[in-house]
Design a protein around this ligand. Structure first.
Ligand code: ZN
Length: 297
């Protein structure tokens, strides 16, 4: 019995090992579960069976990690009781990205949310061989997540600035990156460039998918990341219909929301030394994206 246990642990570990230049990850977003009626395209209750299928597929593959790009629930703290036990079932390490809906819960639950869902840091780095994932917290400036005085002021300033320029992304269901996190991001990018790693930026909110869904300070973030040749892609959710754009050599992939329609949506993404290969399941399309090499930037 003991031997079986040891063998199992050994085989699982080698199963998940990153091999040099290549990394393979599972991506899904906007699971957005709640026990409520279907509303438009959002089929909230079906998210549980879709998630079960996604777990089954991801666990059958040699993945280095799994990422959920935000909006685990639609609203109601009790919705986490259905989601979190399922999240425990992923065999590869699961990394969570914060979305706006994750904070659509009673105020008394908000300060303890990260601990409840098992997020140690709201922005962080995941290294998989030659690839570095830089995870941003788009709820840093927010109308839903808790804000101290400094962040409230920054949020109001950036939203006011957007309206002044007749941009409509300063809407309550979006979010932004505060000054301190911008400084942290710049340091991560400097270090990644020096280490000659390939970088994927991950955030719940898109930069340019749809004006009324974009990050509050989308242009500021883009202007920073576009300065670095190491940045190969930007992955996000939030806009459920999905999108793809290529901007200054950066592949901007907006993954489709799992909650929409009766059909599932999730992806297996293989990152090699020259490509990002997306195998889409359900509504998510396949993509074969060549990454720009250093000399081309
Ligand atoms: Zn969202």
């Amino acid at each position: 019995m003991l031997l079986t246990g040891v063998l199992l642990v050994t085989s699982v570990n080698s199963f998940l090992k990153v091999s040099g230049q290549t990394a393979r990850v599972g991506i899904f977003t906007d699971c957005q579960y709640c026990n409520c009626e279907t509303e438009g395209a959002r089929n909230y209750t079906l998210s549980l069976s879709k998630l079960d299928k996604c777990i089954q597929v991801f666990n059958s593959l040699p993945l280095d990690a799994v990422f959920h790009l935000g909006d685990m629930i639609d609203h109601d703290y009790r919705s986490y009781d259905s989601i979190l036990p399922r999240f425990q079932k992923f065999l590869p390490p699961l990394h969570l990205v914060l979305g706006n809906h994750d904070y659509v819960i009673k105020s008394k639950y908000k300060p303890g949310l990260l601990e409840h869902v098992g997020i140690k840091e709201d922005h962080y780095v995941v290294d998989l061989g030659a690839w570095r994932f830089i995870i941003l917290n788009g709820d840093d400036l927010s109308f839903f997540a808790p804000q101290d005085k400094k962040h409230k002021q920054e949020r109001n300033d950036v939203v006011y600035d957007q309206f002044e320029h007749l941009h409509i992304n300063g809407l309550p269901w979006n979010g932004g990156i505060g000054r301190d996190q911008m400084g942290w991001l710049e340091k991560q990018l400097d270090a990644s460039e020096r280490a000659r790693l390939n970088v994927v930026i991950v955030c719940h909110f898109p930069l340019f998918t749809k004006p009324n869904h974009n990050l509050f300070n989308n242009k500021e973030v883009f202007n920073l990341i576009a300065r670095y040749a190491c940045v190969k892609a930007y992955f996000n959710g939030h806009y459920h219909s999905g999108d793809y754009q290529l901007r200054e050599g950066i592949h901007m992939v907006n993954f489709k929301g799992m909650v929409d329609t009766e059909n599932n949506a999730f992806s297996v993404v293989t990152l090699t030394s020259d490509s990002i290969l997306i195998k889409g399941y359900g509504r998510e399309p396949n993509r074969n994206l060549k990454i720009r090499q250093r000399a081309e930037r």
